[in-house]
Design a binder for this molecule. Structure first.
Ligand SMILES: Nc1ncnc2c1ncn2[C@@H]1O[C@H](COP(=O)(O)OP(=O)(O)O)[C@@H](O)[C@H]1O
Ligand SMILES: [Mg+2]
Length: 405
């Protein structure tokens, strides 16, 4: 692969605020679909992107202008990246803080390692949120067997969640009694966990927020998220919640970004309880699956905004021009009952013929059940119509419907 032409360009110290003009190289840690969509958005603004990712089947690496295929802490690859790019960002929260800190010595890095560190760990995340007065589910920190034995019975029934590396419902055990809390903590190999009281969910929503170096903030319309087997199935935007609640959710997301002194794109996931309260569930220091609808339905997508913050360009307009329902495409639909061991490409003709559906595939060579392979955005004048399009597409592709929309 070619060397970056920006290698000899003037360096920008960590806090430098100059606009990084199109044509410059941007760096990305991580090679998944979020990174792929970031690459594409940055490239449409004229940037070149270098991706550091150890994977061979790398959705971002395969569209990047350059793919450094190495571990995130590989000294040579990091030095190479640092010498090549004017600014760097990440597409997943488990990126080692050391890699971001290293790059921050010579390049602009958004978000900062300190913000990422808070979101990497449920204990620091919940402590941060509760400490700043945001509503969260009642919780206890479990660091030892005695913590697990001493939990407040009011937190049960609840969910024991590992503090780190949980995603898509993994690293979680539901518990119905105090004894089960102890057993769940043991089953998690006594790694640090939180126990969260189960809340009665009206629905789940999320807000994508972007904040730049000068503190300017944009949020997108609230998305309403439905999960299947712990994985996001459908996002409906705008969420079918009262305007006042949507305004509160956007305000909360803005305040979370401000309290974190966050630079970049952040997702704030929230629970709407059956009595109408908003609780912050978790935050993701990057674009998010529930914000994919912004690509087709908004003036500026979450990925373009990530590039804009990174390059210190003006923030883009987040206005939504059409109601949208995003349907996730998991690897399951690459397998059919007749040949459950051999994946085959789904027949996309119906989706592609549909005037109100936009297909996005992530170019992953190896479909697996539960693996995010792509998504479809259904656009229509009303949410009801967009939901009907989504239902038709799900039926056609054999995606189970989780029940009434
Ligand atoms: N305290 C809770 N009460 C009720 N449902 C919950 C609670 N915590 C999590 N859930 C459900 O489990 C899902 C996954 O939990 P979450 O904490 O978001 O983990 P992750 O998305 O990292 O897997 C949530 O979207 C929600 O549907
Ligand atoms: Mg979640």
């Amino acid at each position: 692969m070619s060397r970056s032409p920006a290698a000899g360009a003037p360096r920008h110290r960590g806090a430098a605020r100059a606009i990084i003009p199109p044509g410059a190289w941007l760096g990305l840690l991580g090679g998944g679909q979020l990174g792929r969509m970031f690459c594409m958005a940055a490239q449409s603004l004229g940037y070149k992107v270098a991706v550091l990712d150890p994977g061979t089947d790398s959705p971002a690496g395969s569209v990047a202008d350059r793919h450094l295929q190495a571990d995130y802490l590989d000294a040579g690859a990091l030095a190479d990246l640092a010498a090549s790019v004017r600014a760097a960002t990440t597409e997943f929260e488990n990126v080692p803080a050391g890699a971001l800190d290293y790059l921050a010595r010579t390049a602009r890095v958004t978000p900062a390692a300190a913000s990422v560190a808070i979101a990497q760990d449920r204990i620091s995340e919940k402590t941060f949120l509760a400490g700043h007065g945001f509503g969260v589910t009642r919780f206890a920190v479990l660091r030892s067997g005695s913590d697990a034995r001493a939990v407040d019975p009011a937190l049960v029934p609840g969910i024991v969640k590992s503090a780190r590396f949980g995603y898509d419902g993994k690293g979680q055990i539901r518990v119905g009694s105090a004894d089960e809390v102890v057993a769940a903590f043991e089953a998690m190999d006594r790694q640090p966990c939180v126990l969260e009281a189960l809340v009665a969910l009206g629905c789940e929503v999320s807000v994508i927020v972007a904040r730049n170096d000068r503190g300017a903030v944009t949020t997108w319309p609230v998305a309403e998220n439905r999960h299947r087997d712990g994985i996001l199935d459908v996002s409906i935007a705008p969420a079918r919640v009262p305007d006042m609640l949507a305004d509160s959710a956007r305000r909360i997301a803005t305040e979370v970004a401000e309290k974190l002194d966050y630079h970049g794109v952040l997702c704030v996931e929230m629970f709407v309880t059956t009595d109408g309260a908003l609780l912050v569930n978790e935050i993701a220091p990057r674009p998010h699956n529930s914000g994919h609808y912004t690509i087709d339905a908004c003036v500026t997508s979450q990925f373009e905004q990530q590039a804009r913050v990174l390059a210190d360009l003006p923030l883009g307009d987040t206005r939504q021009h059409e109601p949208a329902v995003m349907v996730n495409l998991l690897g399951d639909i690459w397998f059919d009952a007749a040949a459950p061991a051999t994946p085959r490409e789904p027949d996309w003709t119906h989706v592609l013929r549909h005037p109100q559906a936009k297909l996005h595939l992530y170019g992953k060579a190896h479909p697996r059940r539960g693996r995010k392979m792509g998504h479809v955005t259904c656009l229509a004048p009303t949410i009801g119509e967009a939901l009907a399009v989504a239902a038709a597409i799900k039926r056609d592709l054999g995606i189970p419907d989780a029940g009434a929309p």
